[in-house]
Design a protein around this ligand. Structure first.
Ligand code: MN
Length: 344
């Protein structure tokens, strides 16, 4: 995975209460809330819960457990410390498993995917305005100006039991992903985000551009962006094809060698009677050929005309009649002679 992450306090806040993580395996943003630096503590706890997630048999379950544990931790601290009462945080996290992303989401931070030039929001905002849009009370374009636009309906650390949105998405080569807190999305439109994501080759450049766009719009809130994309698929796929071709080639060579060995056994050990120039002949080897090689040599042509033999004998000679060795070949020739004499 290639990735870049950037956070900025913005133009109006005195401290940054966002936290984030980008380590190549886990990508996450968290937007903390609550006075006296409580937001910073809450978002920090949520992010810390996702560190060192190593290969579990059921990774999705492990992610849920970690997020639930973070929820309990924030909730308990908020209860214990009156200064931190009401502290909570959003959390939007992606854990990479093979070519899949396990996505865990609570709150109004967002995950976007740019695929084939089109930007799609993969998470659903847990906010009052999102609910109002869904119910048709307001139009999407009214959300940005709505007085309650910052009210979220779900957050980590607020209640004892947390409902987490969890899903798995397959990644495709060329995909690009963006995690962002509302410091970006409340002032920069999806279209603008799409154009930056599609036009900036370097992920660092894209991150910087998104942050400066938000600050150019007044930077009313802390801004955090994490950009990542799968890499190496363009290289590994042809490599796998190359490996498969080589294996297929080696198998073909082995098969030919094996077939050749079998054929060689016939050639060196067997004799058969066949037809040549209308007469019975003794051959060493086997009738027909293998991979373009003739597998028999003429030992002796007799003066027995095959046309004088009964039809079933002629057919067997056409196919090649195996005989164990040269002696039995000669004995069969003698039999043929007496057969022809008798039928006369
Ligand atoms: Mn925020």
């Amino acid at each position: 995975m290639r990735y870049a992450a950037l956070t900025d306090v913005g133009r109006r806040r005195s401290s940054n209460e966002d936290s984030h993580l980008a380590d190549g395996r886990v990508f996450a943003v968290a937007d903390g809330m609550g006075g006296h630096l409580a937001g910073e503590v809450a978002s920090g706890i949520a992010i810390d819960a996702l560190r060192d997630i190593t290969g579990a048999r059921d990774l999705e379950r492990l992610v849920i457990e970690r997020v639930q544990r973070a929820n309990s931790l924030v909730f308990e601290r908020a209860q214990a410390d009156s200064d931190r009462h009401g502290m909570g945080t959003t959390l939007t996290a992606c854990v990479v498993e093979d070519n899949h992303l396990i996505i865990a989401h609570v709150g109004d931070s967002r995950l976007y995917r740019l695929r084939d030039g089109r930007l799609k929001q993969l998470t659903k905002d847990h906010s009052l305005v999102a609910q109002m849009i869904e119910r048709g009370h307001i139009k999407p374009e009214e959300a940005a100006e709505h007085p309650q636009r910052n009210v979220i309906t779900r957050a980590l650390g607020i209640e004892e039991n947390l409902k987490i949105d969890i899903k798995s998405k397959e990644m495709a080569p060329g995909d690009r992903y963006l995690l962002a807190t509302d410091g970006l999305t409340s002032v920069v439109s999806d279209d603008e985000i799409a154009s930056v994501m599609a036009s900036e080759d370097a992920l660092e450049g894209a991150s910087e551009k998104l942050i400066s766009l938000a600050n150019a719009r007044g930077g009313p809130d802390n801004i955090t962006v994490v950009v990542f994309e799968p890499e190496g698929w363009g290289r590994t796929r042809p490599k796998k094809r190359w490996v498969m071709k080589t294996i297929t080639g080696l198998l073909a060579v082995a098969w030919l060698a094996y077939g050749g060995w079998i054929a060689w056994q016939y050639v060196t050990s067997g004799f058969y009677l066949g037809e040549r120039n209308g007469r019975v002949a003794i051959f060493r080897g086997v009738p027909g050929d293998f991979a373009g090689f003739t597998l028999h040599t003429l030992v002796k042509e007799t003066d027995i005309e095959t046309g004088k033999l009964p039809a079933p004998y002629q057919r067997r000679l056409n196919d090649g009649l195996p005989v164990g060795d040269l002696n039995s070949a000669e004995r069969t020739i003698v039999d043929y002679r007496s057969l022809i004499k008798e039928t006369r």
